[in-house]
Design a protein around this ligand. Structure first.
Ligand code: GUN
Ligand code: FE
Length: 425
């Protein structure tokens, strides 16, 4: 990252508001030290460019904030697109745990995580919250691979110690986490996050240890919550004294609130009491529509969460979600919200394209701080999108071009990508 100011030019689109897109045709982004200082009109930008500030001009291409994947499993990238015939608990046992066991082998981890990191670099994702496995060396290597590619990420060494194969059972308690944390050097863009897999995989002692570590290091937390009916019943049986599944994390101090930023993936079956706690503690919900369809989990009431002011972002949840592309997370979120509205609850209107784009940018970006908007003071995380391969017989508006890019475009439409002002693709 350089402190030298720079101008980036193109057709700008972003969500000044949650429900509407703002456009600036042939606008300019003025950046310094990786941070946006100003959004300038064509005329204002010309004046500054004439003073000799460096210019990167992307012509008629579209520039939007980078997309944030709030929930993805790096080791599962290896089996994405297969094993879609089971529900959550059987799927974990049949496909996920056997694959994650392989990351004990550092050579395997190197190959698989290089493919994942390259896949993420080529995708529209600029920042991601990532589950690794329990293995410390492979997790550290994953963090390095992401850092080398300039991507922004929270990465979690997974914590789990029950109801799993021996090869995935944490036997050292939280001392393995201390080892991981001390071996990771400080990094501006890649940071550790505490990652209990989910309540059924964690003993009370492990959760208690994680809570202690959270308070000691003030680390953020990510996990899974109320994804599947059988899982919710299992948690009730395992923790009869917890008022809800969410309370089973909260009693160990692992569920949001002051000094404990937390992401919970799914929240498809959150009860009114659990929703109250999500709201009170401002826990981020990672909505993962493709995963919830593939594992027949259900459809989360995202509209309800937004109405209550619960922070919400989108996740691919690879490999329960088969695609690493956040374009798909956006369009899938819209599609499943329509099915929910039609088939489940006509009182919760479906998501619009601007709303879904907001979820994928500012919604998830808020977990990373000043991320997800084209506005002064925000990190310059940017996608440069090229739709010349998507011909149209008439001139389309910028909004139409962008919507089409999400529905029809793949990684090849990501012409360039910036994270905190540095070009990474
Ligand atoms: N719950 C616990 N582990 C997992 C996982 O790996 N994927 C999903 N979708 N849900 C989980
Ligand atoms: Fe997941």
């Amino acid at each position: 990252m350089t402190a030298t100011p720079k101008l980036i030019r193109g057709n700008l689109i972003w969500n000044k508001e949650k429900t509407a897109l703002t456009t600036c045709e042939r606008g300019w982004i003025y950046i310094e030290s990786g941070v946006i200082r100003a959004i300038l009109s064509p005329e204002e930008g010309e004046t500054i460019a004439q003073r000799g500030v460096a210019v990167e001009d992307y012509g008629e291409r579209i520039l939007i904030p980078g997309l944030v994947d709030l929930h993805v499993h790096a080791p599962q990238y290896a089996f994405r697109g297969t094993g879609m015939d089971l529900e959550l608990l059987d799927w974990l046992e049949a496909y996920t745990f056997p694959e994650e066991s392989r990351y004990d082998d550092s050579d395997y981890g190197e190959r698989a995580y290089t493919q994942f990191a390259d896949g993420l670099k080529n995708s529209p994702t600029t920042r991601a919250c990532i589950f690794a496995t329990i293995h410390v060396p492979a997790t550290l290597r994953l963090m390095e691979l992401l850092e080398e590619r300039g991507l922004g990420a929270y990465v979690g060494k997974v914590s789990m110690d029950r109801d799993c194969p021996d090869s995935l059972r944490e036997t050292e308690g939280i001392s393995a986490l201390r080892d991981w944390l001390t071996r990771w050097k400080e990094s501006p863009l890649v940071c550790p996050i505490l990652t209990p897999r989910f309540v059924p995989s964690c003993t009370e002692e492990l959760l208690e240890g994680l809570g202690t570590l959270q308070r000691e290091f003030r680390l953020p937390v990510q996990s899974h919550l109320s994804e599947n009916p059988a899982e919710v019943e299992l948690v009730k049986a395992l923790c009869p004294e917890a008022e809800t599944y969410g309370h089973a994390y909260a009693r160990h101090g692992l569920f949001g609130g002051e000094g404990c930023p937390t992401i919970m993936a799914h929240c498809v079956y959150s009860s009114p009491k659990e929703i109250e706690l999500l709201e009170k503690n401002q826990v981020f919900v990672a909505h993962c529509p493709q995963s919830n369809a593939n594992l027949a989990s259900g459809i989360a009431p995202v509209r309800e969460y937004l109405r209550r002011g619960i922070p919400v972002g989108l996740g691919t949840d690879v490999a329960a979600g088969h695609s690493l592309s956040m374009f798909r997370a956006v369009t899938d979120a819209i599609q499943v919200s329509k099915l929910r509205w039609r088939l489940v609850d006509p009182k919760l209107p479906p998501l619009s394209f601007p709303e879904a784009l907001w979820l994928a940018t500012r919604g998830g970006g808020a977990f990373f701080g000043q991320v997800g908007l084209l506005a002064p003071g925000f990190d310059c995380d940017l996608l440069v999108l090229d739709d010349h391969d998507l011909p149209a017989p008439r001139k389309l508006s910028l909004e139409e071009r962008l919507e089409r890019l999400f529905y029809l475009g793949g990684d090849q439409t990501v012409f360039a990508k910036y994270v905190r002002g540095r070009r990474v693709k």
